[in-house]
Design a protein around this ligand. Sequence first.
Ligand code: C2E
Ligand code: CA
Ligand code: CA
Length: 755
Amino acid sequence: MEHKRRNVFFTAVKISVSLAIFLLFAYFISLMSGFAPFFDKSAKANAVRDVREDMAGVTALFEAHYSNLYDLAEELVYAESKAEVDKTLKPHIGTDMFGDIRYFAQGIEYAANGLPVTNDEAGIIQALNSSTRPVCTDLYFDEAVSMDCVALYIPVKGSAYIDGLVGILPARGCISLEGMLNGNASVLAFISEDGMVMAESKEGTFTHSIGNNFYDFIKKITNNADYFAEVREAVASDGVHSGIITISGVQYVYATGEIGGTDGKFSIVTLSPATRMTETELDYVSHLIYVLILAIIFLLVSLVYTVMFQHKAKQEQKNAALHDATLECANEEAFRRRCIEIQSETPSTKHVIFTMQIRQFHFVQGKLGQDKCTEVLKFTADVINNFCNEHETFGYAGDGTFLLCHSYRNEANLKNRIQVLIAIINKCGVLTEFNTSIAFHIGVCFDFGIKKRTMREIIDCAYVATESAKNKPHIPYVIYDESVNQEIIRQEQLESEMEEALEGADFKVFMQPKYDIKQDKIHSAEALVRWFDKKKNDYRFPGEFIDLFESNGFIIKLDHFVFVEVCKYMQAAAAHRDPIVPVSVNVSRVTAIQDDFINFYVGNKQKYNIPDGFLTLEFTESFAMEDYDTIYRIVNRLHANGIHCSIDDFGSGYSSFNILKSIQMDELKLDRFFLEKGVDETRDSKLLMTVINLAKSLGMTVVQEGVETREMYEKIAAMGCDALQGYYYAKALPLEEYKVFVTTNTSIKYKSRVK
Ligand code: C2E
Ligand code: CA
Ligand code: CA
């Protein structure tokens, strides 16, 4: 589950990282495709854009100068005398705005001091006077102000004293291009139509002093007459133009456009390296770089995150692989690793590895419910943990199985430790609440520290011993040795054969007659199963396979088989009018707790028409003890259907007289143990007497098992026992022999003699 969730998370991270990379990539591509046209338009467009800006700047300058001139002209319209004209103009001469101001009156050019201009040798100003519109001169050297100037002329209408006004503007001030050079352009020049450079930016790379011809300059630096013509044509044509020329192998873009604000034909020309980028492009590139950096950061972060996450996930996986999540303790693998460490930490200390597997764990689970069962497991883990010192450990392998590694002095010491552990575990609140206890199958392996075995093998040996312990409920634990292994192999062999044996009728029902002491004749019989081994041509006894079948569940089929066989025999015997005595059938605890248990037994009793009182089911004492409620219900329902119930092997375990009192059993079978000679014979006899009397007082038939001698027979007869079962009277007989047995004289004198 945990693993699945982690996988989903991993996939989600992978998908989102790939998606993010894809989106970034797509974004990048879209930026690139948006960026490409910029380069396509190339530097030409940039140069044109720059030149337009420059044109606008210079045009604005000229417009400002004209507007100043117009302001003056407006004032002059109202002048009433020439003296007033002079007076109005005078303050404006030699200012920042105007280097000089002149005017025309009736064709004569006057200086602002009112005197006619005598040294207009170039005649430039004079030429303006013929224009009826505002005009501008080319750059010229003005003698009066001794500097390069541009003259602006506007006609003044409506005045008797002035025809036109001329503003002489120092070229430096009126068409200053300083600070206008865009980006890293190499040339910015202000030229007249014939190519005369009237102003230039001093910041440019190429120098061409004012007054020189720009076209010649182009020819000179490009060493190409074609460029001379091309640029000249571009300047001459209307609008803004651009083109590429090569200067010393490097491509340059020229751009040119006419400026406004004057009637004269003036243009701006720029020259810039073709590779130059505009600010917008630089912005674009820096934006791209920014996005790229972001993408790289994002990728790095997600990479680091993924690596960290994977590392964490690996760590978690590793931890999960070494941890039992429910009990929050080491699992089998962690246990194994810790054992290896312990081995090297304390090589001289004797250690043992053993398992503690809750007996009939699934049954316990079903009885307590999942949650309560987990509580018991947690409690058990706590108890075991508290028992472990620094160099001891334990782990939970699932299915009610704990693995322990303890140091020990000797076997007695180990045995004692195990007993104490079990006793404390059974103090668990849940178990008390359910009025029940748990037992363990324990498999021990002493081979810890023996170099030839790996830790995994040692643990496996403990497991093998546990398997063997399942079939030996009466001993506290099984120690692994080669015979245990052999035993497991033998069991596996039996398991592989059992189904086939049942189908092939290799299981046979034997009958052991019980003797009625008072009436001196057969009392009843007990059905006992045998397994015929064809290979050995001999019978296998139940002791070899019953425990195994109880642990693997096959006992259910076998018990059913025996019961049906008995029913069939009785039905046939009745049909033949043969004498019939009641028959007891053994029922394993596993069979008895099945849901269909009553239905099966009662159903077959009815199916074969067996009269009430002729069938008895034997339940072991330990089952009655362990599962008090279940047995109580079962007995009541069996009684209601005419089937008798018997407690088998009474006295073999923790006999409880309480069961006798509270559950209405019909028969009590005393275990052979009561006949064994103990230390204190009189005490034993007293005990036996007490049990017999109690059972009889409760209305039960008392049967003594394992009566082998005349002495035993006399002893129990004297004590008032109702019946006996044992070799002294009869052993278990094949059905055919049994049939003969019941029809002959069944007196004990006769039978014991026969035997
Ligand atoms: P059990 O129910 O106590 O059966 C009596 C056992 O004692 C039988 O052993 C019988 O042969 C043996 N026995 C009878 N008289 C004497 C005697 O005088 N001395 C000695 N030493 N033993 C005597 P068996 O047939 O080997 O059965 C052993 C156990 O296997 C049975 O003990 C019973 O618990 C179980 N078993 C036998 N058949 C079945 C069966 O069909 N179903 C189940 N669930 N268990 C069965
Ligand atoms: Ca029995
Ligand atoms: Ca018995």
